[in-house]
Design a protein around this ligand. Structure first.
Ligand SMILES: [Zn+2]
Length: 320
């Protein structure tokens, strides 16, 4: 059994295949790991295997067709984009005690499971404590610590790591229409996440890199620019991506000084902003790396993002 077209995560796929083949799937699974690495995609692929009447995700049988058209009566998908509310869990709780309509089992795929409200989590917990047969709950989360431990402990956890850089690069070339030099830069910025690679593919985000780079390396500075740029970074909800870029840029400056190896740069297109690379600049980059990491940690707490990023930008700006 295989998961066609699913990138990477070989061990996780092997484990799922083995559980399905041996009929040993538990009633609750938790896919946990960084965002954008394919956890939800693999969850959908698992549904295709389980609901296919041929057991092969054939794409042609009734189960496969109903899944593809999002009309399968035994499959529920909760995207959890804003929050997962108790009403949704109550409706499911009612259903799970009935026999599935078409398939041998019912499946509830809950993306962003950490978005469950406390009441919703309690309702789910009650269901997981006395699991009715023929149900599979699949929780997908990139913030598992926010899911109550009582719920997590009832799930079999399957952990996911970032995708290898080469896997992301191949995906960008074969499925996203990137040429090889573009794919190379994007894969370096992606940190193992397809979602992040696609974020950087968007022109405005990609261009923001050179704005940030020229601001902090001192070609054009000024507090108005700092404030505007910080606001733009904080407002979009993608500060994690931008801070990751800052790390990669500073690491590039340091790398260029230490090795002179241009091929090893992540942001090859921004080499102009890194120069001239001397010992002072290398030391500056090295010191700033720590400051960026500190801000990344701070942003995990409920702080004013805009202010935190503005402070960071001012701290990492080279004296003009
Ligand atoms: Zn099928």
């Amino acid at each position: 059994m295989e998961f066609r077209g699913i990138l990477g995560h070989e061990q996780q796929k092997l484990m799922l295949s083995s559980l399905v083949e041996r009929g040993k799937l538990p009633h609750a699974l938790l896919f946990a790991g960084p965002k954008g690495v394919g956890k939800r995609t693999l969850g959908h692929a698992l549904a295709r295997l389980l609901f296919c009447e041929e057991g092969s995700a054939c794409g042609a049988c009734r189960g496969c067709r109903h899944l593809a058209s999002a009309t399968h009566p035994d499959f529920t998908f909760l995207p959890g984009e804003a929050s997962i509310k108790i009403d949704e869990l109550r409706a499911i709780r009612k259903e799970v005690y009935e026999q599935p309509f078409e398939a041998p089992l019912r499946m509830v795929l809950m993306d962003n499971a950490e978005a469950m409200t406390r009441e919703a989590a309690n309702a789910l917990l009650k269901t997981l404590e006395e699991p009715p047969p023929s149900n599979l709950f699949l929780l997908v989360s990139s913030g598992e610590q926010e899911i109550p431990l009582t719920v997590r402990s009832r799930c079999m956890r399957i952990g996911f790591g970032p995708l290898p850089r080469e896997t992301v690069r191949l995906y960008l070339e074969t499925s996203a229409g990137c040429d090889s030099s573009q794919a190379d830069i994007l894969a370096g910025l992606a940190g193992g996440s397809i979602a992040s690679a696609l974020f950087w593919m968007e022109e405005e985000h990609f261009a923001m890199r050179s704005r940030i780079a020229s601001l902090i390396t001192g070609k054009r500075q000024g507090f108005t620019r700092v404030a505007l740029l910080s606001e733009a970074i904080a407002a979009g909800g993608h500060e994690a991506e931008y801070l990751f870029f800052l790390l990669s840029f500073l690491r590039d400056v340091w790398w260029l000084h230490e090795t002179g190896d241009v091929a090893g740069l992540t942001n090859k297109d921004l080499k102009g902003s890194m120069e001239p690379v001397d010992a002072a600049r290398s030391l500056w980059a090295h010191t700033c790396l720590g400051r960026v990491q500190e801000t990344m940690r701070t942003l995990r707490y409920n702080v004013n993002k805009w202010l935190a990023i503005e402070h960071l930008m001012i701290d990492v700006m080279r004296p003009a």
